[in-house]
Write a new protein. Structure first.
Length: 287
């Protein structure tokens, strides 16, 4: 009896330290932020002791915050779509390469993860400047007649975030492709199916979990990104993360900043879970 009880509780005892760290480091600050969001800022750096929905009602009623959250949604969606469009074919090509080229190009793709996000973003700011390399090449090949403004625009932020986050898409799809049996694709081709049909009916359904996982990671990271939108977007092109930062450190309205953070968190969870379920249902109907 004692042995069975010990075996039953052994996994919980072994995972208890990690669980305690998780609760303390994640849930405790989140709970404190939630409580803080229900306080009211008095305008002189202190908070009232009463609780209300004033901060949430202010965000819901103010078109200024509507614009910020819509911009954040568009930024995250655009980055996710570009990461899927470029990351999935890139990973498929990598899997068909042979050593040592496959390892070499995989290291190149994942190398940006070894560099600070701030450094990468500053590099993109230099490249996308009016006198930068991108505008120079576009004018050199005749695509444009005068420099195109990319810095302090949503387009520039999406481009930079795509470069920053595409390794996460590659890693997720790569993990799914490692479980894919190459003989299944060859069998489909030998039975007369076209390459497009094999891709749509054989390969894509099997790597779909990797695409969904990568999309969730990219969407969540881009929606909550701070450094890249702050540097390339500037003070006028605000997203939810930079707006919360300003409320915390500029106006010192911590309750309103906490409310922005929580709304962003809840919106992220709702959109990710909803899109995940919708895509899974659609693919089940198709395949």
């Amino acid at each position: 009896m004692d042995t069975s009880v010990a075996r039953r509780w052994a996994p919980w005892a072994l995972s208890a330290p990690a669980l305690i760290v998780f609760l303390v480091m994640l849930l405790a600050p989140l709970m404190l932020t939630t409580v803080l969001s229900f306080h009211t800022f008095d305008g002189i750096g202190t908070f009232s002791d009463d609780y209300s929905l004033h901060n949430y009602l202010e965000i819901i009623a103010d078109p200024y915050y509507h614009e910020i959250f819509l911009r954040t949604l568009g930024l995250a969606a655009g980055t996710t779509v570009l990461c899927v469009v470029f990351g999935v074919p890139e990973t498929l090509i990598l899997t068909r390469m042979r050593s040592p080229w496959r390892g070499f190009f995989l290291v190149i793709i994942l190398a940006p993860l070894l560099i600070s996000v701030v450094v990468r973003t500053l590099g993109w700011a230099i490249l996308m400047d009016n006198d930068g390399l991108i505008n120079y090449l576009l004018m050199l090949f005749g695509f444009i007649d005068e420099p195109t403004r990319l810095v302090f625009t949503i387009t520039g932020v999406v481009i930079a975030l795509t470069h920053v986050l595409i390794p996460f898409m590659v890693i997720s799809v790569w993990a799914s492709l490692q479980k894919l049996d190459p003989q299944m694709a060859q069998a489909g081709l030998s039975l007369g199916a076209s390459h497009f049909t094999v891709m749509r009916r054989v390969i894509l359904p099997q790597i779909l979990p990797g695409i969904l996982s990568g999309s969730i990671i990219v969407f969540a990271l881009s929606a909550s990104a701070f450094a890249t939108p702050a540097i390339l977007g500037g003070r006028r092109l605000k997203v939810a993360a930079t707006a919360a930062y300003d409320e915390f450190l500029s106006t010192l309205n911590w309750p309103l900043g906490a409310a922005i953070v929580l709304i962003l968190l809840v919106a992220n969870l709702v959109i990710i879970l909803g899109c995940n379920r919708l895509v899974e249902r659609r693919f089940k109907q198709v395949f």
